[in-house]
Design a protein around this ligand. Structure first.
Ligand code: SF4
Length: 357
């Protein structure tokens, strides 16, 4: 096992290295807790952040955490978890590939790097992807297989040039297509058959992941809109919108995904946002539908507190903030703690106000 395998654990050579080391998975999950913890981190970060996080400093831990994570995803066997996990592995691989490409250009490190041509060879794409002076040409069959899950009309074949059975793409688009090849590799074979002794050793971790998923589902089911119970960050962002202030993209995403998650429809969010002259209806509707998953293959959860903090969107923290790690948890707890008569849904108030006009 070498550092390249830790960085790109889905490579065939990584799997061969694990096989050559004659690793017994039951012994690993029973005796190497660091591996199991890193595997859990991969999955939990996939749910929260859409990536699998920083590499562990020990190559063996990092390499083995990947098959253990796939085993855990297989044991839980929930579609949403598998989808988010495989996407997160692909997204992280793409980020690392881009970092490697920049590093190669700077020649800043002697670390063994993976190039685009290596990945094309890894996924048997060398024959169907051709570099041209303007970018790349991808064979139409390969293009259709790897573009099917990409978001945006620009990926539809009817909106592309097609010449001699090839589709021209930019380098950034080719990286997206390779990302999909990574996702398909990670997804391949899931759910895996898991021997009983391995499943038993991972009982606690399975339970933790199921609870985490239940939390997310619970939030999806809240369907109660009481702005007085919103976390301070969301109250602030909504206030900025109501005042007509400009919001950065990450802030707009945070408030729109939060409102979607607690049950507001696209129309209701568009109504809320429309008081802000910076929010054109079409753009807002498109963004909200995208976040909701209506026009994309992904439904996005609001960012965690850690992400909100890194973007400067965590403001006016209060005591409850010390007890949670996600704005939706804040809101769920606030609703649980409130008296029934405090929980009058904002939509009911709007209806009553409309009737009394
Ligand atoms: S700690 Fe979390 S919930 Fe509280 S303001 Fe910051 S981001 Fe919002």
């Amino acid at each position: 096992m070498e550092s390249l395998h830790a960085r790109y654990p889905f490579l065939r050579s990584a799997r061969e290295a694990v096989a050559a080391a004659e690793v017994d998975l039951a012994e690993v999950v029973g005796g190497e807790r660091t591996v199991v913890e890193r595997a859990m981190e991969r999955i939990e970060l996939a749910l929260e952040e859409g990536v699998v996080g920083e590499q562990h400093r020990r190559v063996r831990v990092e390499v083995l955490s990947y098959p253990v994570a796939r085993v855990l995803v297989s044991l839980v066997d929930e579609h949403v978890l598998t989808r988010k996990y495989t996407r997160a592995e692909a997204r992280t691989a793409r980020q690392r590939l881009e970092a490697d490409r920049q590093g190669s250009a700077l020649k800043s490190s002697r670390r063994r790097r993976l190039g685009l041509s290596d990945l094309l060879a890894e996924f048997d794409l060398s024959e169907t992807v051709r570099e041209t002076p303007d970018g790349y040409h991808v064979g139409v069959g390969t293009y259709l297989r790897l573009a099917a899950d990409q978001f945006g009309d620009e990926w539809r074949l009817v909106n592309r040039e097609l010449a001699d059975g090839e589709v021209p793409v930019t380098e950034a688009e080719l990286l997206s297509l390779v990302g999909e090849a990574v996702r398909q590799r990670v997804d391949d074979g899931l759910p895996l058959p898991v021997p009983d002794p391995v499943a038993t050793e991972l009982d606690d971790e399975q339970g933790r992941l199921r609870e985490r998923l239940a939390d997310l589902d619970l939030m999806r089911d809240i369907d109660t809109v009481v702005p007085e119970m919103f976390p301070p960050c969301m109250t602030y962002l909504l206030d900025q919108i109501q005042k007509g202030e400009h919001l950065e993209h990450h802030s707009r995403f945070a408030i729109a995904s939060f409102l979607t998650s607690i049950g507001l429809s696209t129309d209701e969010i568009v109504d809320l946002f429309q008081v802000n002259p910076g929010f054109g209806e079409d753009v807002t509707r498109y963004q909200v539908d995208h976040i909701r998953g209506a026009t994309s293959s992904t439904d996005y959860s609001p960012p965690s507190c850690a992400t909100m903090q890194s973007y400067g969107d965590c403001v006016n923290m209060d005591d409850r903030c010390e007890t949670i790690s996600h704005p939706l948890s804040y809101y769920g707890d606030a609703l649980d703690d409130a008296d029934e008569d405090e929980l009058v849904d904002w939509r009911e108030r709007q209806t009553e106000a409309g009737e009394s006009d």
